[in-house]
Design a protein around this ligand. Structure first.
Ligand code: ACO
Length: 327
């Protein structure tokens, strides 16, 4: 180690902003105060006509590639983490490949929910370590607004749309991924899932009527598991990198909920001043959340050359993991 580094990251979001106050206009019985107090979310971006996962991911990818000075012809692979693909078949990654004209690349999706970009980065690291791949585009993107039940206040207030893309290349001695950790636990799959609408229960009018093809979540149980798993991931990140909490300049956690973020920082012994938080502006964008945060942190000059960053993610599956990266 290090084998791979994250050279440039960019993000894209839909045009439309949907604030907490806007829920009243669609008949949802909630309030700005309730949502902010429990989650820290103030607004989210929602895809409209002409916008989809492919368009958001392609825009983020183009900007990241321009910043990294990489052309489409140089891409060896495109790895796209998402739980809300444009189509169930084929992958959205191949659609992004076609849009970019990245003819040499192998392109595929991974479904690790909110851990998608983190898993993707570690898969990219593995591919680069084989020696056969040099330049890999890792994308985390979601259009969750199309798989959320807009009549269910337990879930529709939490999620947002967006995409973040990172160009991953061979590391230099001083800079790159210093530790990488991935876990999953399928015994808890039913706590956060789309119960029907795929192979086990193909869509019927009844399924559509009951809304069981949309995301369903046992909020409290998910909360407890998220806190526990993100603490585990933070511990492993430091152990793997042989660093202490004081060595971490910036913590970029998955942006699901401010209370989960605070619990993770406290467990890791990292003060909140070192934690990058933007959940207020985007809501939970699942696989897109960490790369959007990284993109913003780099633009703000919070993450720059020499900065040591810890990433921690948790999502449906459950899936979780972490990375420490020296930029
Ligand atoms: N507005 C107003 N009231 C609401 C809303 C809402 N949007 N949603 C639920 N309520 C009500 C409930 O119906 C309940 O009412 P009741 O007691 O009369 O039944 C009451 O508020 C309290 O509900 P709780 O579940 O106790 O609220 P809690 O404090 O646990 O907060 C929340 C709920 C925010 C969902 C919390 O459990 C949470 O954040 N869980 C983790 C969710 C998450 O982050 N998931 C994603 C992580 S993984 C990933 O990113 C894929």
């Amino acid at each position: 180690r290090p084998f791979a580094m994250l050279t440039a990251t960019a993000h894209a979001v839909p045009k439309r902003v949907f604030t907490n106050h806007d829920f009243a206009s669609i008949g949802i019985d909630t309030s700005d105060e309730w949502i902010r107090e429990r989650t820290g979310i103030g607004q989210r971006y929602i895809a409209g006509e002409g916008e989809n996962l492919t368009s958001l991911c392609t825009q983020a990818a183009r900007d990241a590639m321009a910043a990294a000075g990489v052309t489409a012809a140089e891409l060896d692979a495109i790895i796209l983490g998402t739980a809300s693909p444009d189509r169930l078949l084929p992958s959205t990654a191949v659609e992004v490949q076609a849009a970019l004209g990245a003819t040499r690349a192998v392109a595929f999706d991974i479904d690790a929910a909110c851990s998608g970009w983190l898993y993707g980065s570690q898969i990219a690291e593995g591919l680069i370590a084989t020696g056969s791949y040099e330049t890999i585009l890792v994308i985390g993107g979601e259009v969750l607004s199309r798989i959320v039940n807009w009549k269910d206040r337990n879930t529709c207030v939490l999620f947002g749309d967006g995409a973040g893309a990172t160009v991953v290349k061979k590391a230099t001695k001083q800079r790159g991924i210093l530790s990488a950790y991935m876990r999953s636990d399928g015994t808890l799959a039913d706590l956060l899932h789309r119960p029907k609408g795929a192979g086990n229960a193909p869509v019927t009018p009844e399924i559509i009527l009951e809304g069981s093809h949309y995301i369903q979540m046992a909020g409290r149980e998910v909360f407890k598991n998220a806190v526990r798993s993100m603490a585990d991931a933070a511990d492993r990140a430091l152990d793997g990198a042989k660093l202490s909490a004081a060595d971490i300049d910036v913590l970029i956690p998955h942006q699901a909920n401010i209370r989960i973020i605070e619990a993770t920082a406290k467990h890791a012994g990292i003060p909140m001043e070192k934690v990058f938080v933007n959940v207020e502006k985007y809501g939970n964008t699942s696989a897109a959340s960490i790369p959007i945060a990284l993109s913003e942190a780099q633009k703000a000059g919070i993450v720059k050359e020499g900065t040591t960053v810890m990433f921690v993610a948790f999502g449906a599956g459950f899936t979780w993991g972490s990375m420490v990266v020296r930029f």
